[in-house]
Each structure stands twice: as structure tokens, then as C-alpha cells.
Design a protein around this ligand. Structure first.
Ligand code: DC
Length: 220
């Protein structure tokens, strides 16, 4: 069974997807981390984020390996480095190119081919796994998403004000939901879950209730 979790920046997809994967004994696949890793490589190597061909070539030669919640690119652990603000602010430019997306989608399908996976991203229910057994569109109020991101930055030792984070999240959502190729949008058969006022435990419990009948139907 494939559980697809899409939604805007800071909606808590990562927290939910990891908790759910652990509860179900599923693999967790963070597709945003792959776009982030390519962005990091481009930044380090001075690749123009507008240069589709160059990005595509570089992405084609990279190997992505997930070990639990850690991501290795060409055997280098990039898990923490891909979460910085500079990557956040560039990733939406890197990920909007058609050739880059087609390559990433095919890698993501390979990584999830065995099933039993919780996949998070922006286009999972619409493009990557349109026939996923369960699709969730996770959302939360903008102010709640901003507060969560500020806390995450604090953990990384980055002191960023609420207003700045708000502008950055709004800009990333704008770019992600208005791009030409597979923009962020709720799949018509996805269930909308607003977690503004939910704890992680309440959220996971809500999802487990949704999964049970699906799992029964699929005889998982
Ligand atoms: O979920 P995240 O914040 O780690 O994702 C980083 C960026 O990657 C996000 O701004 C848009 C892009 N992304 C995408 O275009 N498609 C996906 N399936 C996952 C992420």
C-alpha cells in the first residue's frame, strides 16, 4: 500500500509521515529531500538554478540513498545541510524544471516499488502515485506553519524572525502552486486534513482510522 501525503510548506508532512511510517512498519520516502539535495549540490558547484540542462545532467549522475530518515547523496550524509534557509529559498526554482522533475519522479517510483511506503511531497497524489491507496492533503493555518518553521530554524541554530519566515513560506507556496509542471494542489480524491489544532498523536490516530478500512480492502 502507498500512502501519499502532500501539502504546503510547514504543514507538518515530515513529522506526520515519519510517525505514520514507524507505526505501520512502512518505509518513509521524503521526495522534497531529493529536490533539496539537488539544490544543495547546485549551490556548492555554482550551477545556475535556471539552467535546466545542467541541473538535469548533474541530477542524473547523483545517487540518492535513504537510510531511515537520513539521506545520502553519493554516500555523503546531507540530512542536516539540506534544511538550511538558503536551500529553502532556492529549491522552488530548481524543482520547477520539467526534465529535473521527470527524472526525480522516475527515481521516486523506483524507490517505492516494493510498496509499504509513506511518501511525502507536493505532487505525490496527483503525479507520482496517482493510484495511491490513500491520499492525504495536509494543511494548517499560515500563522501555525510559520511558528513551526521558526522553531525548526531555532533547532538548527538559525535565529530568524516571524515576519521573514512568513514571507519566505508564502513565496515558496506561491512558486510551488503556480509552476507549470505538476504544481502543488490537492488531488481530487485526497482527504483534506487540517492539523492547525491537532497534536501529532491526534493526527496519527486520525490517519490510522482512515487507513484501517483501506488496508482491509487491499488485504494488507
Ligand atoms: O517538503 P519540502 O519543504 O522539503 O520540499 C522542498 C521543496 O521541494 C518544495 O518547496 C517544493 C519541492 N517539492 C516538489 O516540487 N515536489 C515534491 N514532490 C516534493 C518537494
Amino acid at each position: 500500500m502507498i500512502v501519499a501525503i502532500d501539502g504546503p510548506a510547514g504543514a507538518g508532512k515530515t513529522t506526520l509521515a515519519r510517525a505514520l511510517a514507524e507505526r505501520l512498519g512502512y518505509t518513509y520516502l521524503d521526495t522534497g529531500a531529493m529536490y533539496r539535495a539537488l539544490t544543495l549540490v547546485a549551490m556548492k558547484e555554482g550551477i545556475d538554478p535556471e539552467d535546466e540542462e545542467h541541473l538535469f545532467e548533474r541530477a542524473s549522475s547523483l545517487s540518492f540513498r535513504f537510510e531511515g530518515t537520513r539521506l545520502f547523496v553519493d554516500d555523503e550524509d546531507v540530512t542536516n545541510e539540506i534544511r538550511t534557509r538558503s536551500v529553502n529559498n532556492l529549491v522552488s526554482v530548481v524543482c520547477r524544471h520539467r526534465k529535473v522533475r521527470e527524472l526525480m519522479v522516475s527515481l521516486q517510483r523506483q524507490l517505492a516499488e516494493k510498496g509499504g511506503v509513506v511518501v511525502e511531497g507536493r505532487d505525490i497524489g496527483t503525479v507520482v502515485f496517482p493510484s495511491a491507496e490513500l491520499k492525504i492533503y495536509l494543511d494548517a493555518s499560515l500563522s501555525e506553519r510559520v511558528k513551526r518553521r521558526v522553531k525548526e530554524f531555532e533547532k538548527l541554530g538559525e535565529d530568524v524572525g516571524l515576519e521573514m519566515v512568513k514571507q519566505e513560506i508564502q513565496e515558496r507556496d506561491r512558486l510551488d502552486s503556480t509552476r507549470d509542471i505538476s504544481p502543488l494542489k490537492k488531488a481530487c480524491d485526497a482527504i483534506l486534513l487540517d492539523n492547525t489544532n491537532l497534536s501529532v498523536d491526534e493526527e496519527v490516530a486520525a490517519l490510522e482510522r482512515l487507513i484501517k478500512p483501506v488496508a482491509k480492502r487491499e488485504k494488507v
